[in-house]
Design a protein around this ligand. Structure first.
Ligand SMILES: Cc1cc2nc3c(=O)[nH]c(=O)nc-3n(C[C@H](O)[C@H](O)[C@H](O)COP(=O)(O)O)c2cc1C
Length: 233
């Protein structure tokens, strides 16, 4: 279950506990946008759509939480935002105390943070900038991956996402020490074009390309993929 801890910890903790009680084995704590960014594309597109968002689903936080079953029965009176603008390492410690499910933190981009995450008891890390949403400094996640893998030193699995479009991209990340590669938009494009078959096809293509790249490189298993196979420029 992917958790936005919200700006009211009581709500965040209650959602996490509810997920755990429902059988959820892993909670992925998203660390993304603390302050609202100047998303120019969003603003440009907003101008092309004259509809008021709230006309369909209601306006404001109350209307939002009413539509989401995960908030049902919770006191959301103090909730200002689903984003946790005051997110600190304390939230990770509190989450660790609140649930015994595994905790994965998604959105780290430096070795320094990765070390702190391990110290605070996370069970896994997703190197991610959430598809470029949370920052646009130009450093890609594949560039951040090696320093995070080095900092973690095998203590927890390191996953990565952001811009993985081909099996050759996947192979590079696995060779640099990622345990797995995640994708966001590619399967959505498959879904938009061909529905469920499109999703299956996108995943099949990624798998096929990954295997082909491994064969081409003479790597019979993922274990045979090593950092020396990737050239940095
Ligand atoms: C439509 C959309 C909604 C997303 N919503 C969330 C979200 O609620 N929480 C989150 O952690 N990441 C969210 N993401 C980011 C993805 O989980 C993922 O990090 C990102 O899409 C990976 O990059 P890629 O799209 O280049 O593969 C979203 C991405 C998209 C495209």
């Amino acid at each position: 279950m992917q958790l936005y801890p919200t700006d009211d910890w009581k709500v965040g903790a209650a959602i996490a506990k509810r997920a755990e009680a429902a059988g959820c084995k892993v909670i992925v704590l998203t660390v993304d946008v603390l302050a609202r960014q100047n998303w120019e594309t969003l603003q440009r597109l907003w101008r092309t759509d004259a509809r008021a968002c709230g006309e369909c689903h209601g306006a404001g936080m109350r209307a939002f939480t009413r539509r989401k079953p995960m908030f049902e029965g919770l006191d959301v009176g103090a909730l200002g935002s689903t984003g946790a603008q005051t997110l600190t390492w304390q939230v990770v410690s509190r989450l660790r105390e609140a649930v015994s499910a595994r905790i994965v933190i998604k959105g780290l981009l430096t070795g320094e943070d990765a070390k702190l995450a391990v110290q605070h008891g996370v069970d896994g890390i997703v190197v991610s900038n959430h598809g470029g949403r949370s920052e646009d400094n130009g450093r890609s996640t594949i560039e951040a991956l090696p320093e995070i893998v080095a900092a973690v030193a095998g203590r927890v699995p390191v996953l990565v996402d952001g811009g993985f479009r081909r099996g050759t991209d996947v192979v590079k990340a696995l060779a640099l020490g990622a345990r797995a590669v995640c994708v966001g938009r590619p399967y959505l494009w498959g879904l938009a074009a061909f529905g469920q078959d499109g999703v299956a096809h996108v995943l099949e293509l990624l798998q096929r390309e990954t295997v082909a790249a491994m064969q081409q490189m003479g790597a019979p298993t993922v274990k045979h993929l090593v950092a020396g196979m990737v050239m940095e420029r």
